[in-house]
Design a protein around this ligand. Structure first.
Ligand code: ATM
Length: 266
């Protein structure tokens, strides 16, 4: 785990700010279809950014998010990395229930509501206080994962999922979403190899056991979400070296973080 990986159990920004309770967000959430908030584009920006990373299994999100956190920290823009599910103490319990093999079958709507429960707790306990303290938040999966996996791939009503996310604290929208796009066949191959190396099959292998068709639907789902919100999404081809992909990611965020402009991402 890198020094920048500040999942809440590693580094809690409330410790730095002295806040003991989850705070109300200090800035209004952007609407779902929002264009880039002009305040985020000025050199005198005072608001921290909420950036999410999405993609199918094996698309390299974790590696890229860690690289970006490092680049931002080096550029004097403090950023923490977190993830869903699992960005709060409750979320970590939910993650092991959702991804482990302990419960053989979870009803699709129950599964969706557990991801939403994880998100509500994560937003209140970690994301909002962190943004309020002026630290950027880089989140490995967020609302679009629920729309792609539980909506597009499992067939749950997308509008139901969206409606749930109109209620605070779930109404927080990312300022930018990086979609790492990859052929699912390649992604699954990478994910299975990684799991074997790390021996995590038993604890987190539930999605890798889904058929290829499921992962194809997830990818198509992500691409249609990106097409519907071009202002928020940036699609990055997740093929090539880690350095090449990191450079593409930095380039697509340089309007929000001018310090990333013109660097090579390595
Ligand atoms: P990571 O391995 O990227 O942390 O994701 C864990 C799984 O959670 C991921 N599995 N695969 N493939 C997708 C799944 N997931 C959902 O199905 N819905 C959600 O809302 C979220 C946040 C994750």
């Amino acid at each position: 785990m890198s020094r920048h990986d500040a999942r809440p159990d590693v580094r809690d920004p409330r410790a730095a700010t002295g806040a003991s309770e989850a705070q109300e967000p200090l800035e209004p959430a952007l609407s779902a279809a929002a264009q880039v908030d002009p305040r985020l584009l000025t050199g005198t920006r005072r608001h921290a950014c909420f950036i999410t990373f999405e993609g199918i299994e094996g698309s390299g999100k974790s590696t890229q998010i860690a690289r970006l956190a490092e680049r931002l920290d080096d550029a004097g823009e403090p950023a923490v990395v977190t993830r869903e599910p699992g960005g709060s103490p409750l979320g970590r319990r939910l993650r092991s229930l959702l991804l482990g093999g302990e419960i053989a079958r979870i009803e699709p709507i129950a599964e969706m509501l557990l991801y939403v429960a994880d998100r509500a707790q994560h937003l209140r306990e970690f994301v909002e206080p962190t943004l309020a303290s002026g630290t950027h938040v880089l989140c490995d999966r967020y609302l679009d994962a629920t729309l792609a996996y539980q909506g597009h791939a499992r067939g749950l009503d997308l509008e139901l999922i969206r409606r749930l996310h109109e209620t605070p604290p779930l109404d927080r929208r990312p300022h930018r979403t990086i979609l790492l796009d990859l052929d699912p066949e390649l992604g699954l191959e990478r994910a299975l190899r990684r799991n074997e190396e790390r021996r995590i099959e038993a604890s987190e292998g539930r999605y890798e056991r889904e058929a290829l068709g499921f992962h194809r639907r997830v990818r198509e789902g992500y691409l249609s979400l990106a097409e519907a919100e071009p202002f928020r999404f940036r699609i990055v081809a997740a093929e090539g070296s880690t350095d090449e992909i990191a450079a593409r990611v930095a380039d697509l965020l340089s309007d929000l973080f001018p310090a990333l402009d013109g660097e090579d991402g390595s």
